[in-house]
Design a protein around this ligand. Structure first.
Ligand SMILES: CC(C)(COP(=O)(O)OP(=O)(O)OC[C@H]1O[C@@H](n2cnc3c(N)ncnc32)[C@H](O)[C@@H]1OP(=O)(O)O)[C@@H](O)C(=O)NCCC(=O)NCCS
Length: 266
């Protein structure tokens, strides 16, 4: 199991040990500010006058990143601020790849060694309504991807499958962009396979691919891990089910099951 704090246990259980993840609830601004202070950072100057929601999301994302880095580098590590570059990509310490997300009430981050993975991306999303999924699916999924809704371990609803593919593509983008600096649309990344874990359709592994224009259209394969957590609608009537995804560029793009199996057994 990877080191994990605050993330759904089924996601933590399925990730390779060399990926460190953490999540933190997007709570009240005062509490988040204090937690950030204890981790040694604060809001950047450009967010001083941002709306409350943006400041809380930023802090919850960076707090998650701070915890993931401490798990990864050790409690004595002083990682400092994780500032963003001109493309909004977080700058990680030397030798580290990572990613930050905030949504569906949580900040979420993952880090790993840059010599183990070519890039990492994470995303957390609230599962959309079936009506939204029906309206948006043509922009995000192709027919082949929708067919991966059914699997040996049982099927996902259309809304779950839509949200899962959307989230996995967002994670793939965040893994790829820092390395290739190439803007991609939803049709540029394809979900090739979904494998449910241990007879449970709500968690498992993913295989994705894309073509990198800057490398003459070479195919790059990615591996992902997902979990769908269920929950009742909250007082505002919003669905509390969430999709959590982590996507990694495999080292040397050696790809396939052997790469993952090798990481798990190490
Ligand atoms: C970058 C992007 C994927 C972020 O997704 P989002 O759902 O808006 O927001 P999330 O909360 O999940 O993630 C935001 C975090 O991603 C990180 N991020 C922002 N731009 C990034 C980029 N180009 N590459 C990697 N990470 C990025 C930042 O850490 C940001 O948080 P911060 O501003 O607090 O530091 C999205 O805004 C975007 O630019 N999309 C266009 C490309 C796309 O979606 N293509 C379809 C999928 S292939």
């Amino acid at each position: 199991m990877s080191t994990a704090r605050g993330v759904p246990p089924s996601l933590a259980d399925s990730l390779p040990r060399d990926i460190s993840v953490a999540a933190h609830e997007i709570g009240l601004l005062e509490e988040l500010t204090e937690e950030a202070r204890q981790l040694g950072f604060g809001l950047p100057a450009n967010l001083g006058s941002a709306i409350d929601k943006r400041r809380r999301e930023y802090l919850a994302g960076r707090i998650s990143a701070g915890h993931a880095l401490r798990q990864f580098l050790g409690p004595a590590a002083s990682e400092g601020d994780i500032v963003a570059d001109d493309d909004d990509v977080p700058r990680w310490p030397e030798g580290v790849v990572g990613s930050i997300s905030h949504g569906a009430g949580f900040g979420f981050a993952a880090v790993a060694a840059a010599d183990r993975y070519g890039g990492l991306g994470v995303d957390v999303e609230r599962v959309v309504s079936s009506r939204q999924a029906g309206r948006l699916r043509v922009r995000v999924l192709n027919e082949r991807e929708m067919s991966l809704r059914q699997g040996a371990a049982g099927g996902l609803t259309e809304a779950e499958m839509f949200t899962l593919v959307f989230s996995a593509k967002e994670s793939a983008y965040k893994a790829l962009f820092p390395r290739y600096r190439q803007v991609l649309g939803f049709s540029d990344v394809e979900l090739e396979r979904r494998e449910a874990g241990d007879g449970d359709a709500g968690c498992g592994e993913l295989r994705l691919r894309t073509r990198v224009a800057r490398e003459g259209g070479a195919v790059r394969r990615l591996v992902g891990w997902y979990v769908l957590t269920s929950g009742l609608a909250d007082s505002a009537g919003e669905c509390a089910s969430r999709a959590w995804t982590v996507v990694a560029i495999l080292p040397c793009d050696c790809g396939g099951r052997s790469g993952v199996a090798a990481q798990r057994s190490s």
